[in-house]
Design a binder for this molecule. Structure first.
Ligand code: GBH
Length: 496
């Protein structure tokens, strides 16, 4: 039996003992007491207990451009999102991230807010242009110092920093010089920056995510043009951008390995497409696996497998990206963990006797959604996403790097926000995640998106995802009911 299977068995047993109230040292040491439980019975017991594995980590996530503000301070260079958000009509109400939540200055009190609700891990992103204002060249010490102060403060509060190296804020200079992600040069520059920052923060940060949601910034930024830099490239160009994104990821993995102290863990945070079986039959479950592999072919699949699937190459045909075998090796550099951002099912699928082997059903018009129209509510996505990433690619460790929902978040006269919808969302989604962990899927932690309301890209400040409400006039933070929920969840390590 492999070590990990053994660990799983032991932890199943611990969970079982705990649920049976048998954790006193003497009893726990007597395996005979529990050996009558079959694996299936233990899993069922774990699920009904609703607890997460011992040591499961609870946290929140943010991203630089969405929360920091201080857009021109301490030598920060301009980014494509500064440029884009300042073009009238691109963002709702023409909001920009100039001030955002002002976390650049308020991080000490924001870290207190995290501590107040039992946060143990915090996922933030490093603004590339604070470190290299032009993307490459001379580093900016003031930018580096900011992330040192931030991470020091987190550690002093017993919160582990998890750093994302790219959350869409490309230095404008790289766009001007190389057309950004259209060029391989940008992937190389990203690798260099990743290596540099991992060396600078190496004594403080033990976990890195290379890129956040390649699929989002590529498809929306270079495909339909809704996001910065607002381009609509033809298929061949778009495929090349996709390739440069995965290449940048791989180059960063190698650069961090070469520069960071040993023991540093590296992964990515991908918003993968999550097909959900419409009815849990073996055929549909298989169909959902096939669908997940193909629908993520240009992103997570090539990262995990080191090749583009036959179907992807066939479908892209003459427009397929240009790449070398060496590229594929770099892209599939081994990872320590896989981070997945999960908000919604990509679709409900069933087995089909067609070329693909599956069919995606149309969503019912009445399928519930959050105030973000794209967010179809399907809690099962938080079961199938980690389950199938583990099954398809054997990921050793997984993190839910984002999960959350937006709501109307009405502020009452006495300053309460009864976001019952968000609390219900979390309970329903987490019930599904707990089921996955109870079955042995090695999810190590969960980051709620987001710690507080923030600049929600093209929706500006009109869409709220936070556990804390932000009053954008005063920048005051007010805990929502969901913050209270999170606090108990993290304390008890179980679905509450
Ligand atoms: C995440 O994306 C982001 O990582 C995070 O920065 C963001 O704040 C959070 O979600 C909440 O949105 O404009 O109608 O074409 C989640 C995946 C993919 C959801 C792109 C929104 C655009 C929809 N996102 N999608 S639309």
């Amino acid at each position: 039996m492999s070590a990990s299977k053994n660990d799983q068995k032991n932890s199943d047993r611990r969970n079982f003992l705990k649920s049976a109230g048998l954790t006193a040292a003497g009893l726990a040491a007597a395996p005979a007491l529990v050996s009558f439980k079959s694996t299936a019975e233990q899993i069922a017991a774990n699920i009904s207990e609703r607890t997460f594995p011992e040591g499961f980590l609870w946290g929140t996530a943010t991203a630089a451009y969405q929360v920091e503000g201080a857009a021109t301070e301490d030598g920060r260079g301009t980014t494509i999102w500064d440029t884009f958000s300042h073009i009238p009509g691109k963002v709702k109400n023409d909001d920009t991230g100039d001030v955002a939540c002002d976390m650049y200055h308020r991080y000490p009190s924001d870290i207190k807010l995290m501590k107040d609700i039992n946060v143990k891990i915090f996922r933030f992103s490093v603004a590339w242009s604070r470190i290299f204002p032009d993307g490459t060249g001379t580093p900016n010490q003031k930018g580096i110092d900011f992330y040192k102060r931030l991470t020091d403060e987190l550690l002093a509060n017993d919160i582990q920093p998890f750093a994302t190296l790219y959350h869409w804020d490309l230095p404008q200079a790289l766009h001007d010089k190389y057309k950004g992600w259209e060029s391989r040069e940008t992937a190389k520059a990203f690798g260099d920056y990743a290596g540099f920052i991992s060396k600078q923060l190496g004594d403080r940060v033990k976990h890195y995510f290379t890129l956040n949601e390649m699929s989002t910034f590529v498809e929306l930024g270079y495909g339909n043009g809704i996001f910065a830099p607002g381009l609509q490239l033809p298929q061949a160009g778009l495929n090349q951008v996709r390739h440069h994104a995965v290449l940048a990821h791989g180059l960063a993995v190698q650069a961090i390995r070469a520069n960071a102290p040993s023991g540093t863990k590296i992964g990515l945070a991908e918003n993968l497409s999550v097909p959900v079986p419409i009815i849990d039959t073996p055929e549909n479950i298989k169909a959902a696996e096939i669908a997940m592999r193909e629908e993520n072919a240009g992103y997570l699949t090539v990262v995990m497998e080191g090749k583009y699937t036959d179907k992807f190459l066939k479908k892209t045909g003459a427009d397929a990206p240009k790449f070398t075998d060496e590229d594929l090796k770099i892209i599939s550099s081994p990872l320590d963990f896989v981070g997945i951002n999960v908000y919604n099912p990509a679709g409900y699928v069933q087995a089909a006797d067609n070329e693909d082997g599956y069919k995606t059903l149309p969503f019912a018009k009445s399928q519930p959604r959050s105030t973000s129209q794209w967010q179809v509510l399907g809690p099962e996505s938080l079961y199938w996403a980690p389950k199938n990433v583990h099954k398809l690619w054997g990921a050793k460790e997984l993190y839910i790097t984002e999960n959350g929902t937006s709501g109307t978040d009405e502020l009452t006269d006495d300053k309460h926000i009864y976001d019952t919808d968000r609390v219900s969302f979390m309970r329903n989604y987490l019930t599904q995640l707990q089921k996955a962990t109870a079955e042995g899927v090695p999810v190590k932690g969960y980051f709620y998106w987001s710690l507080m309301d923030n600049f929600e890209w093209t929706s500006g400040y009109s869409t709220r995802f936070g556990l804390y409400y932000v009053d954008y006039k005063t920048l005051e933070r007010i805990p929502k009911e969901s913050a209270a929920y999170f606090k108990v969840l993290a304390r008890d390590n179980k679905v509450v």
